[in-house]
Design a protein around this ligand. Structure first.
Ligand SMILES: Cc1ncc(COP(=O)(O)O)c(C=O)c1O
Length: 403
């Protein structure tokens, strides 16, 4: 079979692949502890489920406008006003089939061959392939660990060429949890304005934030920056609704119209029932988020403190999201590493370590190389305290065997 050059450029999502492998081992009766999944382990809150049931019973089970029902668009406008202090018109928002689809649609609408899109590393695994699927070129800006995995204005300025179209900002970040302060965004904003870059602001983890930190995006900084910023968000992470597939975009009206054209000729509307559930999520009781964040906060400290007690591993405390992103490069220098590298040969050390941990410790993690940093692993702490304690014990034993 001959395939398009486009699809041959792209490989499947590694995080979904690791989760599938761990699940397959579990199905064989092997007791695997999974730190791979990028989704909250809580049930979707009851009032949201009930709104979906009401929608089914009321017969709201037919096509909707491709870009979403007006009620959900209004709820998004209200959410942006209430939580982000940002004013948008209903015509400046659109609803997509998950946050990933929001980014995919935007890439299709905005980018083409020759365009460069700046992506700070460590990055969410899906940004570069989605930029490539639009025939554009992802340009990776490597942030430094000592800067908390955030890029600086200097690093941004150096990456700009006449072909640069856009900058992706994901704060809080998957995988590092790095969360930009208002001042840090202001320092990047000068370069954004000077070069008239489009900012794709992926705010999907905005409500999962710790230590009283306040969330800001570029659109908060000035009217001029709001015009350059396109906000991507969704209900998946904040309301534990990953399976419902609702994401949304807010920004320039013309961009929104074009996204709706793509959507009308591809997926059509996001599921009608999930849209009605999302109205409840956005307008209903928001205290469900605080409860989740409290639990994540406890697990965050548990996992980071535990990781820091393992030889060869150091881990910063993430400021947001639900991932630990330890630096494991010390493990690559342990005496037993060569044996491991021979047994699990891979061009990337973090993939070798991941394979070793899965086989030896029955623990599933995601190799940092998939996020642009081969010195790291990503561990999701969207799992129980018991799993975290047991998983850390197994990792410690496996790594200390190499010492
Ligand atoms: C940074 C980031 N953006 C967007 C998404 C998309 O979420 P979904 O498509 O499930 O709404 C994810 C999910 O893992 C993510 O980590």
């Amino acid at each position: 079979m001959k395939f398009s050059e486009r699809i041959m450029r792209v490989k499947p999502s590694p995080t979904l692949a690791i989760t599938a492998k761990a699940n397959a081992m579990k199905a064989q009766g092997i007791d695997v502890i999974g730190f791979g999944a990028g989704e909250p382990d809580f049930d979707t809150p009851q009032p949201i489920k009930e709104a979906a049931v009401r929608a089914i019973e009321a017969g709201k089970t037919k096509y909707t406008p491709a870009g979403g029902i007006p009620e959900l668009k209004k709820a998004i406008v209200e959410k942006l006003r209430r939580d982000n202090n940002l004013e948008y018109k209903v015509s400046e928002v659109t609803v997509n089939c998950g946050g990933k689809h929001s980014f995919y649609n935007l890439a299709q609408v905005l980018f083409e061959k020759g365009d460069e899109v700046l992506i700070p590393a460590p990055y969410w695994v899906s940004y570069p392939p989605m930029v490539e699927l639009a025939d554009a070129t992802p340009i990776i800006i490597h942030s430094k660990e000592e800067n908390g995995y955030k890029i600086t204005a200097d690093e941004l300025a150096k990456a700009i060429t006449p072909r640069t179209r856009a900058l992706v900002i994901n704060s809080p970040s998957n995988p590092s949890g790095a969360t930009y302060t208002r001042e840090e965004l202001e320092s990047l904003a000068e370069i954004v304005l000077k070069n008239k870059l489009i900012v794709l602001s992926d705010d999907i983890y905005e409500s999962i934030i710790y230590d009283g930190l306040k969330f800001y995006n570029m659109a908060n900084l000035s009217e001029e920056l709001k015009k350059l910023t396109i906000i991507l968000n969704g209900v998946s992470k904040a309301y534990s609704m990953t399976g419902w597939r609702i994401g949304y975009i807010a920004g320039n009206e013309e961009v929104i119209q074009k996204v709706e054209i793509i959507q009308s000729q591809s997926t059509s509307n996001p599921t009608s029932i999930a849209q009605w559930a999302s109205v409840e999520a956005l307008l209903g009781d928001q205290s469900v988020i605080d409860e989740m964040v409290k639990t994540f906060d406890r697990r965050r400290k548990l996992i980071v403190n535990g990781l820091n007690q393992i030889k060869g591993i150091t881990c910063q405390m993430p400021q947001g999201a639900f991932y630990a992103f330890p630096n494991v490069s010390g493990a690559y220098k342990l005496p037993g590493w060569e044996e491991v590298a021979k047994k699990y040969p891979d061009a990337n050390k973090s993939s070798t370590l991941t394979a070793y941990l899965l086989e030896e410790a029955k623990v599933a993690v995601v190799p940092g190389v998939e996020f642009g940093n081969d010195d790291n692993l990503r561990l999701s702490f969207a799992t129980s305290d018991e799993n975290i304690v047991e998983g850390l014990k197994r990792i410690k034993e496996a790594i200390e065997k190499l010492a």
